[in-house]
Design a protein around this ligand. Structure first.
Ligand SMILES: [Zn+2]
Length: 449
């Protein structure tokens, strides 16, 4: 906040907001909650939103008012719209505050509960693809059945292992997808994972769609065949299995983000696994308060899912030349570094591939992605997967992909199921560009001695 008047206005506005009883628990599946798109038009507005976000986190208010960004660490750039969820009790004060600050806003979701109900609609059960489909969002056990189905039905190109169990005991499945070379030599590989953040359902939906296309299309599609003959894809389907399953238990829990581990000495469960990796842990964009969305954990790799992920990754590190970790939302293709505003020495190459991938992504539906470092586009946040992949995994092309909708996209994390297939189709276009780059740059065989 650049001037004293503004600072006073902000503190008064926040005080008013927080005086209304903040019990912090969602009831009745977000009934009456609204979502607003707010567009800061100058630096003061952007600063106001950042201050608001910090205050909401500090006051444990994010069940009531939540600025929906994936990072919880807004960029200071003006003109980049954000979406804000507001409970019925806080709507009058929030709108007064927007007006007082001169912030432009529009209501984009009139009743969040209805949106969640529509999103949760289930189709008639199918026996195809292990019960999996892409016209609805499925739970973890269906994704497990789907992975099992792929493994059994496409044994020449898919193998799957369990790399460990989640905190609550769910199996974490890692598949290797690709045709082994006849001479047994090692191909270059990529690593895809998703759903480290529980509420970002489009992430695993898109990843499963793409892998289903590549695997079931292998025998009939010459492009898929050529790619899978020359590159291996490691797929850690769902990292945060417990958190993901928790979002399925009740509509009140739909926006759960973190893991489900019991924190000693704290009433709140879980930590943000995408702040829990051991490269530059807690340097920025993370906090040490267990009841916040970006709690980094008591120490690096406090979350067992992160530990299993990185152990499996490091065992294959010499093969892996690219990491794509799928999130939502904002439509951004992010490179390291996320811990501060420095850039890797080979950033121009990472940027170039990101641009080519997102140009291909744009073709089917005109969906526009921005490309840049995490810090430049979303604000700094240390301890995330992509930084770890680059620094500790020693993977050249390490990216976080934030899927639909755009940063001002009205539905935020609640993307209607009829967008799963379009998201899958367009993202697969980008993935094909990435796979081809890895083959061209690192193929045909690796010396992993
Ligand atoms: Zn995320």
């Amino acid at each position: 906040m650049g001037n004293p008047t503004g600072a006073i206005l902000l503190s008064v506005a926040l005080a008013a907001l927080f005086c209304v009883g903040a019990e912090g628990k969602v009831k009745d599946g977000f009934r009456g909650y609204k979502v607003y798109r707010v567009t800061p038009s100058n630096e003061k507005h952007a600063q106001f939103l950042m201050d608001l976000q910090k205050s909401l986190e500090a006051q444990l208010m994010t069940d009531e008012i939540d600025i929906w960004t994936d990072t919880e660490s807004l960029s200071t750039k003006a003109d980049q719209p954000v979406v804000i969820m507001v409970s019925p009790e806080h709507q009058p004060e929030m709108l007064q505050t927007f007006d007082a600050e001169g912030l432009k806003y529009e209501e984009t979701v009139a009743d969040l509960a209805r949106l969640i109900e529509e999103e949760s609609r289930a189709d008639a059960p199918t026996t195809k693809n292990g019960g999996m489909s892409w016209t609805q969002y499925h739970n973890y056990s269906t994704i497990e059945s789907f992975v099992q189905w792929l493994t059994v039905n496409y044994p020449t190109i898919v193998s799957t292992s369990v790399i460990g169990q989640s905190y609550e005991g769910r199996n974490l499945h890692l598949s290797k997808v690709g045709k082994p070379r006849a001479d047994g030599k090692t191909k270059p590989a990529v690593w895809f994972d998703s759903q480290i953040h529980a509420r970002e359902w489009i992430a695993s939906a898109t990843l499963t769609y793409m892998m289903n296309e590549l695997i079931t299309g292998y025998s009939s599609n010459s492009t898929y065949q050529r790619l899978l003959d020359q590159v291996d894809i490691y797929v850690l389907w769902v990292i945060n299995a417990d958190g993901f399953e928790w979002t399925k238990t009740s509509s009140n829990e739909r926006l759960w983000r973190t893991t489900r581990r019991v924190n000693p000495f704290a009433a709140c469960l879980g930590a943000d696994p995408n702040r829990n990796y051991d490269h530059k842990w807690m340097v920025s964009g993370a906090v040490q308060s267990p009841c916040t969305q970006t709690y980094a954990g008591a120490f690096p790799f406090s979350e067992i899912e992160n530990l299993h992920h990185t152990e499996a990754y490091l065992a294959r590190r010499k093969e892996i030349k690219c990491l794509l970790t799928f999130h939502s939302f904002s439509q951004v293709w992010l490179t390291p570094w996320g811990y501060d505003n420095s850039l890797p020495a080979d950033y121009p190459e990472l940027y170039d591939l990101g641009v080519r991938a997102t140009n291909a992504l744009r073709v089917p539906y005109g969906t526009v992605y921005r490309v840049g470092s995490s810090t430049a586009l979303l604000g700094s946040a240390a301890g995330a997967t992509d930084d770890w992949g680059k620094a500790k995994g020693m993977t050249k092309y390490s990216y976080t992909v934030e899927l639909r909708p755009s940063s001002g996209g009205s539905n935020g994390f609640i993307l209607p199921p009829n967008q799963i297939i379009p998201s899958g189709i367009e993202t697969l276009r980008a993935v094909i560009v990435v796979l081809q780059q890895i083959i061209d740059e690192f193929g045909p065989i690796l010396n992993t001695e």
